[in-house]
Each structure stands twice: as structure tokens, then as C-alpha cells.
Design a protein around this ligand. Structure first.
Ligand code: ZN
Length: 397
């Protein structure tokens, strides 16, 4: 029976090693080289090589085909001192991997030579449990969940659309949610605005929203803005956010937030509802159209639909707000096909969903080739002339 030392000696004759110097050169020439850290989590917490894939030795054979599907791709394994990575390299070689190298001296030698390392964040056991259904999906994983927890999403309106979006984004662990709403909870909101409840009637919607969301997930930082979005504050507010979600269906806000997002190149997840019909799309400058590509200017006041509240079927904002929330998560995780350049139209009375292609208009006044709108416009005149005044007291559908 060979001893462990014999086994190791024999293994090293069957695999190829790479020195820290050679790896350093290789990484400089090709920063996308696949480097795999096979140490345990508590060792990885102290630091890892930049861009390393973390695959503890116990999971190496189980997960390597998912991580590196191409068996001809060059792979460098490292552990603490070069032993576990040597055994792992032999195993991968036996699985058909053609170019596997084991880092001689491992992480310890690399770090002792003051070569670049990075600190990794990991989720604690409570978070691992809370987000376990995300973490088990390769499209999200622990790294994706950490990304969500580090993300900031700005929601316009804590009403019908904002309610489901905010609830599900908080549940999903989006780390920071900013919510702007100037309104107070009214009994007539409760038919659909599920962030609020009977006890909160008369309270500011943003405060009510904060209480509900904090109770659902204390991990989430809720920033409230009890004000109306205007030309004067919009840029400062959205600057820090990764994705903007519009849940406020009035023309002045729609044009203001569209233009601000074009200027700051922020993705805008847009939703609207009317009676039984809902629409969802994503505007992202550089990748697709903006709202003005579809509707360059607000209609003249006399042509505008009444700014008074139209009826809304109870669950409709739930469907539309959730579709917006899904788009937000996809954008944050950079997965799937976002609704950029596509307008989803849902007729819930017939329960039919249509998709319309929408293209960027090169003559768009704000995102076109020769834009004429270069600063923000407050369309407050628009609704006040039309009779209603939703900006002063926005009614978030
Ligand atoms: Zn445009």
C-alpha cells in the first residue's frame, strides 16, 4: 500500500505544475485565464487570487463541468501549498481536461511574494439560508446574491405598481431600495397597494412602505424621499442608483424620469396600467429606445387623457409590478434577455400578452443623433392645464 507521500510523489509525476512567476506572467498576458481556488471557504475568506473561481476541493469534480465546460481550455488550480491542487489536477486530467496546471507553493507562496490578492465577501449562515433558493441556481449563486445585496434600486411611487415591486425586491435581497412618494395612505389605495394597510391610513406612504419592507427583510436598507420628483432633485437622487423603476403613471414624471435616465445612462424599468391593461418595457440608452422615441412630446393638454384617476382592476398592478421586478433582478444580475426594445402589453380581461418591437428613433429629441432636448423640462403646466394636478398630489396607480 503506498503511503500518502508516495501517492503525492506519484501524482506530481503525472501532472504539470506552474510556478508563481510563470502564473504571474501568464495572467499579465491573458487576464481571462481560468484560475480555480480549491481551498475551503474559511481559507478563501482571508484572500484569493484576483478573478479566481472558488470551487472547494470537495466540489471540484462535481462542479467543474459547469464552471469550465470546454475541456480544452487551460485551467490553473491552486490550494494553500500545492498538494490539494495537485490531486485535483490529476482528477481533472482523468476527467478529460487537457491543459490543467497546479500552482507550486499555492496561495501561501503567492501571497508571501506580495503578489496581488483580493478579499472576498461571503454570506453568513442566516443569509445563506434566507437566499438559499437563489444560491442553488447557477444563474444567481452566492456571488449573484452578494451582487443583489450590494445593489441599489430607486422606485418611483409606493402605490399599486411600487408595492409588489418593492416587496419582491426586498424579499429577493436587493440591498438598498430608495422610494419616492409624496402622498399619504388613503383607504381607496388599499384595494391594490399592498405595502399599506388599514392602520396606516393618513400616514405618509414612504413611512408605511418602510415599515412593511423592514418587517419582511431587515437586511434591506430603505431610503425614503417624501417629496415629488422634479427637475431640481431628480439628477441628484438617481445618481447613486443602479436601476430606476417607474411606477408612477403621469406624464410629467414619465418625461422627467425618461430624460434624466437618458442623460445619466441609467436603465429605466417602466410599467403602466389602465383598467385591465398593463404595459412593461425597459429603456436603456445605448442599447434601445427611450420613452421619447415612442412619444417625442406630451400630447397637447386638450388631447390628454384626464389626469383624474381611472379605474384599476385589483390584481393588475401585481402582475405588472412583478414583471418590472423580474426585469430589475435580470438587469442587476446581467442574465437573460431584458425587455429592452420590447413592449409587453397584457390584456388581463382576455388574459393575452402581446409583444411589440420598439426601436430607437435616430431623430428622437433626447436620445437621437442630434438631440434638441439637452436639459430637464418640468411639464407641470401640462396637467394643471388639463384640469388635474397629479404632480402636486401624485396619485400612483
Ligand atoms: Zn429616445
Amino acid at each position: 500500500m503506498p503511503s500518502f507521500q508516495d501517492l503525492l510523489k506519484q501524482t506530481k509525476t503525472q501532472i504539470s505544475e506552474i510556478s508563481t512567476d510563470e502564473l504571474s506572467q501568464k495572467l499579465k498576458a491573458d487576464p481571462s485565464l481560468r484560475v480555480i481556488d480549491v481551498r475551503e471557504k474559511d481559507e478563501q475568506e482571508r484572500g484569493v487570487l484576483p478573478n479566481a473561481t472558488l470551487l472547494p476541493r470537495g466540489f471540484l469534480e462535481l462542479k467543474i463541468e459547469e464552471a469550465v465546460p470546454d475541456k480544452n481550455q487551460e485551467v490553473v488550480l491552486y490550494c494553500a501549498g500545492g498538494t490539494r491542487s495537485a490531486l485535483g489536477a490529476l482528477s481533472l486530467k482523468n476527467m478529460g481536461y487537457q491543459k490543467v496546471l497546479s500552482l507550486a507553493g499555492g496561495y501561501n507562496k503567492w501571497a508571501n511574494e506580495s503578489r496581488p490578492t483580493v478579499k472576498k465577501t461571503f454570506l453568513d449562515s442566516q443569509k445563506l439560508e434566507r437566499y438559499s433558493r437563489h444560491i442553488m441556481m447557477p444563474e444567481v449563486g452566492e456571488a449573484g446574491q452578494i451582487k443583489l445585496l450590494d445593489s441599489k434600486v430607486f422606485l418611483i411611487g409606493a402605490g399599486g405598481l411600487g408595492s409588489p415591486t418593492a416587496l419582491y425586491l426586498a424579499a429577493a435581497g436587493v440591498g438598498t431600495l430608495g422610494i419616492i412618494d409624496n402622498d399619504v395612505v388613503d383607504r381607496s389605495n388599499l384595494q391594490r397597494q399592498i405595502l399599506h394597510n388599514e392602520e396606516r391610513i393618513g400616514e405618509p406612504k414612504v413611512e408605511s412602505a418602510k415599515q412593511t419592507l423592514k418587517a419582511l427583510n431587515p437586511d434591506v436598507n430603505i431610503i425614503t424621499y417624501r417629496e415629488r420628483l422634479s427637475r431640481d432633485n431628480v439628477m441628484d437622487i438617481i445618481r447613486d442608483y443602479d436601476v430606476i423603476v417607474n411606477g408612477c403613471d403621469n406624464f410629467p414624471t414619465r418625461y422627467l424620469i425618461n430624460d434624466a435616465c437618458v442623460f445619466m445612462k441609467k436603465p429605466l424599468v417602466d410599467g403602466s396600467i389602465f383598467r385591465f391593461e398593463g404595459q412593461v418595457t425597459v429603456f436603456q440608452t445605448g442599447k434601445g429606445p427611450c420613452y421619447r422615441c415612442l412619444f417625442p412630446e406630451p400630447p397637447p393638454p386638450e388631447m390628454a387623457p384626464s389626469c383624474q384617476e381611472a379605474g384599476v382592476f385589483g390584481l393588475l398592478p401585481g402582475i405588472v409590478g412583478c414583471a418590472q421586478g423580474i426585469e430589475v433582478l435580470k438587469l442587476l444580475l446581467n442574465i437573460g434577455d431584458p425587455l429592452i426594445g420590447r413592449l409587453l402589453i397584457m390584456d388581463t380581461l382576455k388574459m393575452k400578452i402581446r409583444e411589440m418591437k420598439v426601436r430607437r428613433d435616430p431623430s428622437c429629441p433626447v436620445c437621437g443623433d442630434h438631440p434638441t432636448i439637452k436639459e430637464l423640462i418640468d411639464y407641470e403646466w401640462f396637467c394643471s392645464m388639463a384640469g388635474g394636478d397629479p404632480l402636486k398630489k401624485p396619485e400612483h396607480l
